[in-house]
Design a protein around this ligand. Structure first.
Ligand code: FES
Ligand code: FES
Length: 164
């Protein structure tokens, strides 16, 4: 593809951005470098680790594998959009409470994939959680605590009526 500068319009965490980008910029680069949201992490840069997971129109995607132009006129949600008015989202709370965060590098991507799962399945089984998080790698936790955190989040969201 020939490189050139183009304007895109994207909604990120409920805010509209009109952004001048290069046609070769990935969505990850647009989010981190152009818009300045550094919560989404770059791990492998090749679609294998899930550290860069964001929601695109509600579906989890590896933002390192999409071009910014592919997000034109789309809605993106990043980890920065999860907490509301200074309060962590129940999924984030559950990750902390279950000690599912160690170095934290995988956590933004894990949380976004978990949100996509819980938005469509309010009470997932362990197997369904494993499947939903199969594209997200964690080098620290051994995954057991992450599975427990997602289950805890499901319970919290159900009992507190806090699905957002
Ligand atoms: Fe995108 Fe690893 S940084 S999948
Ligand atoms: Fe370190 Fe998951 S907590 S990679």
């Amino acid at each position: 593809m020939e490189e050139k500068s183009v304007w895109i319009q994207i909604e990120v965490n409920g805010i509209q951005y009109k952004q001048l980008i290069n046609t070769k910029d990935t969505l990850l680069e647009v989010l981190r470098e152009k818009i300045g949201l550094k919560g989404t992490k770059e791990g492998c840069g090749s679609g294998h680790c899930g550290a860069c997971t964001v929601l695109l129109d509600g579906k989890p995607v590896n933002s390192c594998m999409l071009l910014g132009v592919q997000a034109d006129n789309k809605k993106i949600m990043t980890i920065e959009g999860m907490a509301i008015e200074g309060r962590l989202h129940p999924i984030q709370e559950a990750f902390v409470e279950e000690h599912a965060v160690q170095c934290g590098f995988c956590t933004p991507g894990m949380v976004m994939s978990s949100k996509a799962l819980l938005d469509k399945n309010a009470a997932p089984s362990d197997e369904e959680i494993r499947e939903a998080l199969s594209g997200n790698a964690c080098r620290c936790t051994g995954y057991t605590k992450i599975i427990k955190a997602v289950k805890r989040a499901a319970t919290k969201m159900h009992s507190e009526g806090e699905a957002r």
